[in-house]
Design a protein around this ligand. Structure first.
Ligand code: URA
Ligand code: SF4
Length: 434
């Protein structure tokens, strides 16, 4: 490849600087030169020239054997080289073929294989496991060539995938696509491309929410050159969302294991600006089926409790839960699940700006107040959630089983109503900021 075409590819003069004389000597001096073409220079293996530079990082795509049929690939090869990559990626993102990487066991095994030698044989700057292909930004370390590390990753993962899927034969397409990362800007661009790929393909509402990508594992990862990757942390992103974006993000969220077993997410009911917010624990079976909180037996009781103090769901009243997806068998949500879902509830509360929050039951009360106290100790008083008054009462499902405690719940509701009335009576017309 001549100087002009290297310039065209943006590889000049960087390419010049990668002097063979500076290269680390190969580990095995018995074969000093026969792999140098894999470290240095350009060689053509397929639909784009493959450029290698000692010490460089690469954007790499490899794909399942059945993801891109030969005749489609031939057709794409008729396109100008600049268009080929984008069209190949578009075709891959449309998820043709068996898409074996959708199987979480297979994707999980590949993720473990990728992380196994990270920092030892290579440095992974970004990665995304898509249903039928994989994108990496990878920097081989020491004497490992790109070809070495890809071969290692592909053969170990093919073996494991074939075992898990009880199949045989070629798992990966032999050929991989790679592009030498030119400079810090290119590095940031490639990392962002890889991390945002699941979002572009419609698999996730945000890069951080995609479970099989580097943004999920390490949202604010720093690149080797000290260049911050362009994506912010998942909770930062959520904290900037408007109501619609928040709803969309929850609907596509896969940030915890509850995503696997839910029918749908349950965002909550009511509009921003409502004075009242009732917070429960987690959707149950009926809520999971209908996508609305508190619509089962407990929900009927909650509606009656609301109506007893002159309220109605959706009318100046919001209802939400600590976690937006149903825990299997209606078990309590686990700490990890509540933590993964916490940025959503926090942003909901910020956008609703309720005058008063009522925590329904122990889980919601302890979570919102960051407390280990029992419900018996927490109810009866006025608490504070980030500047908003909060009252604790029993969960309606508990009241269904413990009818005598209904009298105490009634006291709590009366306290809530009185607190609200006091606030409203002292309120000047412009008390609420716009
Ligand atoms: N229990 C809850 O905590 N929330 C619901 O949405 C339904 C039952
Ligand atoms: Fe996402 Fe929350 Fe559902 Fe977990 S429970 S998948 S964090 S929406």
């Amino acid at each position: 490849m001549n100087e002009a075409s290297l310039k065209e590819l943006g590889l000049w003069p960087l390419w010049q600087l990668k002097d063979v004389a500076q290269a680390t000597p190969p580990a095995n001096p018995a074969q000093p030169d026969n792999r140098d073409h894999l470290r240095q220079g350009a060689h053509d293996r397929g639909y784009l020239p493959h450029l290698k530079a000692q010490g460089g990082a690469y954007f790499v795509t490899f794909r399942l054997a059945d993801s891109l049929p030969q005749q489609i690939l031939e057709a794409l090869r008729q396109l100008p080289p600049e268009a080929q990559t984008a069209r190949v990626d578009e075709y891959l993102d449309a998820a043709h073929g068996a898409c074996s990487l959708r199987d979480e066991r297979v994707a999980g095994a590949l993720r473990n294989i990728l992380s196994k030698y990270d920092g030892e044989r290579y440095r992974l700057h970004a990665w995304a496991i898509m249903p039928n292909h994989v994108h990496l930004v990878i920097e081989p370390l020491h004497d490992f060539t790109l070809s070495d590390v890809l071969q290692g990753i592909k053969s170990a993962s093919a073996h494991e995938a074939n075992r898990l899927l009880d199949r045989q034969g070629e798992f990966w397409q032999r050929e991989s696509y790679d592009h030498l990362v030119r400079d810090d800007d290119d590095m940031a661009r490639c990392c962002r491309y890889v991390q945002d790929n699941p979002v572009r393909a419609g698999l996730s509402a945000s890069a951080e929410a995609y479970r099989f990508g580097s943004a999920f594992e390490q949202p604010s990862r720093l690149l080797a050159g000290g260049v911050a990757c362009a994506t912010s942390t998942r909770s930062e992103e959520i904290s900037r969302m408007d109501w619609q974006a928040l709803q969309r993000s929850v609907a596509g969220c896969v940030a915890c294991q509850l995503a696997k077993t839910r029918t749908q997410t349950v965002f909550g009911v009511g509009a921003p600006g409502s004075d009242w917010l009732f917070v429960g624990e987690a959707p149950g079976a009926e809520e999971d089926a209908r996508g609305e909180p508190f619509v089962g037996q407990a929900g009927k009781l909650l509606d009656n409790m609301l109506s007893a103090i002159g309220l109605k769901r959706g009318r100046n009243v919001c209802i939400a839960n600590v976690v937006k997806c149903r825990p299997p068998g209606n078990r309590n949500p686990e700490t990890e699940e509540m933590e993964a879902c916490a940025p959503y509830l926090a942003r909901q509360i910020e956008l609703i700006r309720p005058k008063l929050i009522v925590a329904l039951g122990r889980v919601a009360a302890q979570r919102l107040l960051a407390s280990d106290d029992t419900i018996a100790r927490l109810r009866g008083g006025l608490h504070d959630y980030r500047g908003t008054p909060l009252i604790v009462t029993y969960h309606p499902a508990y009241l269904l089983r413990n009818l005598p405690d209904k009298a105490k719940a009634w006291q709590d509701l009366c306290l809530a109503l009185k607190t609200m009335q006091d606030m409203q009576s002292t309120e000047t017309p412009d008390h609420k900021e716009p």
